[in-house]
Design a protein around this ligand. Structure first.
Ligand SMILES: [Zn+2]
Length: 445
């Protein structure tokens, strides 16, 4: 019987990772002779939610097993519990893992509803009660707690995608620093860019692919073609023996969050702004005030190119800003810019005229009374207009340090011709053949 399974919140600040858990779960099902014919999906949800762990990711996959729904649930819930107790220690760290399971025939009947649920999870905040009610009404089998929201959402993801290849460390290395040959990353980047992205920060001279902390991920490679990602993995020289790898289909880098906009806190929004003023704050952050909008836009120093652009903007410029709505210090709404399209640049400035005789700047003759030069007794009615050159051009600007869902400007979301079934079966065959399957055994016994 064919099923679709979603899992979420199996990581913690100490250890574990939902992607790692799902790979081990897939391995377990593979060993039970379940047929797996598609890559698992890694789904990033609303990037603006403040209480997410690292990346707010959940996973879904399809399996065809010779067991009942009830048996499958038993297996998922059992593995989940063992993983959280023995690996991620999540229960002590306020993690609330969850899962969602659905028979594939039923999934096809409620696909539209699930897609709407996904859209909402990627663009808004879904309360736990609502998710439970949704599951009950649609006969989705759920378990666990808060993680079931992401689990249901992951079932509904079916739109543009890219790929991420994740490599995992052996358990004895989890507490050690990650050591990798940086040159090999730069080499891979130069060969495979732009089909792979965000590998190396040439500005700070450090890799972007490495995971941090004590989670089992060594590095993650992102791109548009899984075959290329495997070649990239084989080019990169990690200085420890890795446990296994998995490839996920993902909504990362697809601008998914920009498709469903809203105006409430923690939603993503997009608006045209005619600039009234630009204020550069002490730390280098830039505040943009529009002529008609009440919402201030903030462009953080950390957004580099975007911040540099913002500093060059002037009154009268027209821009299109996309970003997250957050509460500011006085609880009013502030828009954190992640992308700015410059639509019009005001290259005219009005200035107080020069005296035609002495060429010095005139002075005001009083409110609405024009300008004068006392010395030469000259007079002008109004300010003069002068063209200035601008250091920026029209076009799209965004931070080079991508948020998970943000599509790099140059990325082409073409879909490669791949045999997913062959790919996932190769990966899982490799997984079950490895000598040391310590972690897998830990959650099985
Ligand atoms: Zn003069």
């Amino acid at each position: 019987m064919k099923f679709i399974v979603g899992v979420d919140d199996h990581d913690s600040t100490k250890a574990g990772c939902t992607t790692h858990f799902s790979s081990i779960l897939l391995e377990k099902l593979f060993l039970k002779n379940c047929k797996i014919s598609e890559l698992p999906k890694l789904v990033r949800l609303n990037p603006n939610i403040p209480w997410k762990t690292r990346g707010n990711a959940s996973i879904s996959f399809i399996v065809d097993c010779n067991i009942s729904l009830c048996e499958l649930e038993q297996l998922v819930s059992d593995t989940s519990e063992k993983y959280v107790k023995k690996i991620s220690m999540g229960y002590n760290l306020n993690r609330k893992p969850g899962y969602a399971i659905l028979e594939y025939d039923k999934y096809n009947l409620i696909k539209d509803k699930l897609e709407s649920f996904y859209e909402r999870a990627v663009s808004d905040v879904i309360p736990l009660d609502l998710a439970k009610k949704f599951a009950k009404n649609n006969k989705i089998l759920i378990g666990g707690s808060r993680g079931l929201i992401g689990s249901i959402a992951a079932l509904g993801f079916d739109e543009d995608y890219t790929f991420e290849l994740l490599t995992y460390r052996k358990i004895e290395n989890w507490n050690k620093d990650r050591d990798v040959d940086n040159k090999s990353i730069m080499e891979a980047d130069s060969i495979f860019f732009p089909r792979v992205v965000a590998n190396y920060d040439y500005f700070k001279n450090k890799p972007l692919i490495l995971s941090h902390g004590r989670d089992p991920v060594f590095y993650g490679l992102r791109g548009t073609d899984p075959e290329i990602l495997i070649k990239e993995m084989n080019t990169i020289n990690a200085k420890e023996e890795l446990d296994f790898f998995m490839i996920f289909k993902t909504n990362q880098m697809t601008d998914s969050h920009l498709k469903y906009l809203g105006t409430r806190y923690y939603q993503t929004t997009s608006m045209k702004i005619k600039i009234n003023s630009i204020r550069i704050m002490k730390g280098g952050h830039v505040l943009i005030e529009g002529s008609d909008n009440e919402m201030l836009v903030i462009v953080y120093r950390e957004s580099r190119e975007l911040n540099s652009l913002a500093k060059e903007l002037k009154r009268g410029d027209l821009i299109h800003v996309s970003g997250a709505i957050k509460p500011s210090f006085n609880n009013s709404k502030i828009l954190e810019a992640e992308r700015i399209e410059v639509l019009y640049l005001n290259d005219q400035i009005n200035e107080i005229p020069l005296c035609p005789i002495c060429k010095r700047r005139m002075e005001s003759a009083g409110k609405d009374k024009g300008y004068r030069c006392k010395r030469c007794r000259t007079f002008a009615n109004s300010k003069t207009t002068r063209s200035i050159s601008r250091n920026i051009t029209l076009g799209l600007y965004q931070s080079p340090l991508y948020r998970h869902l943000t599509k790099p400007i140059y990325l082409n979301l073409s879909k490669p011709e791949i045999n997913e079934e062959e790919l996932i079966n190769n990966i899982l065959s490799k997984m079950i053949k490895r000598q040391d399957r310590y972690v897998s055994t830990m959650v099985s016994s």
